[in-house]
Design a protein around this ligand. Structure first.
Ligand code: ADP
Ligand code: GLC
Length: 493
């Protein structure tokens, strides 16, 4: 009976998932991973999800088959565009917003090849937001009508605002993946993007004199989620609210923190195509071969017993790698080796490269974005370092636990929610899964890495820790259920 009721409530729950990146088609960070995996997990529990994404050059190139399903040539304020329907490699239906003059360019989704933001980003993501809203309104040209629109981060933050003014609009949910990126633009943008002047105020899209895409989403969405329970609390306070803590605490009754899951097919050390040797909790031997391969690939000394510390990251202030670079000389003396992959701020990249010149054989650095190497670091490293100043959720610490590579993390956001610090007690009760430090200082990071290195040399305890990590369940199922509960509540079902 209860099951019938559930089925009935579920019947035909349709969600438009609007996002600016979706792995594996286009990814600059965790948003891409989440947009690739969450819709699939929702489909698996019976939700009918379609993902809306801009038709960047690389997206169009990877669409095996597609069909034009709608034309938008009469939207005032926007260039003509069309919608192509396609399918993701994981089977999730895709709606690609094709507008060559806005999206088909060399470079990244948000920036040109030189790292400068595209100057027409307001128009590029204004159009994406607008189309998501049109599809959620009664004038949608599609036969498929969503029950709600789920948008993500500032790039689709205007959707709830457009929906507010759209006839017959469905409700909206916005997920905050990172409060630090807000999409704030000059006030004239309000008119340029066809928003009514009346919405430019504190009770609307304005944020300190600017049009803020994120603020618009947070103000107009019917529900707000973010990617960990801890971050949901942190963003209601001044330190991590990036100026929007007031609005978020006013709306705390409409704010839910749901921890991200991971794609357990993509991140599975027993089947990972990028690894020279596969391994699993029951058969760990392959991990040593993956370490040797990684050492070889990054020009590190081939030594099995020196702990190898992995880093995969955007090189930005958020990620706290400046602390790691500062203590690197002391770390090398412990001794440890360092394998770093990432790109971002030029100064940080330069500092990492200099470190590798200063410590040949001890520090290996690869500047760039490299999916295969990211998997190889997760597998080949002994520990994973993530000293983020703030971290809404973080995915690498989840991947690393699954790959038996205990993470060393700052106690913030989703890192605090997903890593259990190793102590005598947590080792005893088998909950320990990494090392967590409080207080964002280089010394605290150093002491914590040294604590991890000491434990590493106690092979019996280290094996226990690795086993605990690998036994944890970070699959998307539970989180997908939590999103579905948010949708159903919002729809009053
Ligand atoms: P964020 O989204 O803030 O960058 P997350 O930990 O949520 O942080 O997600 C980052 C994702 O991007 C992970 O899948 C990670 O492996 C990947 N990633 C980051 N930098 C690189 C890189 N240089 N090469 C390959 N993958 C990377
Ligand atoms: C953002 C956050 C990261 C999170 C990711 C996916 O990029 O910085 O912590 O894991 O989004 O939600």
């Amino acid at each position: 009976m209860a099951n019938d009721l559930k089925q009935e409530k579920m019947a035909g729950l349709k969600v438009l998932f609007a996002t600016s990146e979706v792995a594996p088609l286009v990814k600059t960070g965790g948003l891409g991973d989440v947009s690739g995996a969450l819709p699939a997990a929702l489909c698996a529990i019976g939700v009918d999800v379609r993902v809306l994404v801009p038709g960047y050059r690389q997206v169009i190139a990877q669409l095996a088959q597609h069909e034009a399903v709608a034309e938008f040539d009469k939207l005032p304020d926007f260039p003509s565009a069309r919608l192509l329907s396609g399918v993701m490699p994981n089977g999730v239906p895709l709606l690609v917003l094709d507008c060559p003059e806005l999206y088909q360019r060399d470079g990244g989704p948000y920036q040109d090849a030189g790292g400068q933001d595209w100057s027409d980003n307001p128009l590029r993501f204004g159009l994406l937001s607008k189309i998501a809203a049109v599809l959620g309104g009664s004038a949608s040209p599609l036969n498929w009508h969503p029950d709600l629109v789920h948008c993500n981060d500032w790039q689709t933050g205007l959707t709830p605002a457009y929906l507010h003014f759209e006839p017959g609009a469905v409700p909206s949910v916005i997920t905050i993946h990172n409060m630090a990126f807000q999409g704030n633009f000059a006030p004239e943008t309000v008119q340029e993007l066809g928003l009514p002047p009346s919405c430019f105020g504190i009770n609307g899209v304005e944020f300190h004199g600017y049009l803020s895409f994120l603020k618009a989403g947070l103000y107009y969405a019917d529900h707000i989620t973010t990617v960990s329970p801890n971050y949901a609390k942190e963003i209601q306070r001044a330190e991590l609210g990036f100026g929007m803590q007031g609005l978020l605490s006013q709306r705390s009754g409409d704010l839910t923190g749901i921890l991200n899951g991971i794609d357990t097919d993509e991140w599975n050390s027993a089947t990972d195509k990028h690894l020279v040797k596969k391994f699993s909790a029951a058969r760990m031997a392959g991990k040593a071969a993956d370490k040797e391969y990684l050492q070889c690939r990054l020009g590190l000394d081939i030594v099995p017993d020196v702990p190898l510390l992995g880093v995969i990251s955007r090189f930005t202030h958020q990620k706290g790698l400046d602390l790691l670079l500062e203590i690197a000389p002391r770390l090398i003396g412990l001794p440890v080796q360092l394998a770093m992959l990432g790109s971002g701020e030029a100064q940080m990249q330069q500092a990492a490269i200099e470190l590798s010149y200063r410590y040949p054989g001890k520090v290996g650095v690869n500047i760039g974005f490299n999916e295969a190497l990211a998997h190889q670091i997760e597998a080949g490293a002994d520990m994973f370092i993530m000293p983020s100043r703030f971290e809404p959720c973080g995915l690498n610490q989840l991947y690393s636990q699954r790959y038996g590579t205990p993470p060393i993390v700052h106690s913030t956001g989703g890192l605090a929610d997903s890593v259990v610090d190793c102590t005598a007690e947590t080792l005893r009760d088998r909950t320990a899964s990494g090392f967590v430090f409080k207080g964002m200082t280089a010394e605290n990071l150093f002491v914590t890495i040294r604590r991890a290195v000491d434990l590493y040399h106690d092979q019996r305890q280290w094996k226990v820790l690795r086993k605990n990590c690998m036994a944890k369940d970070f699959s998307w199922e539970a989180s997908a259920e939590a999103y579905r509960a948010v949708y159903l509540k919002l729809l009053g079902r």
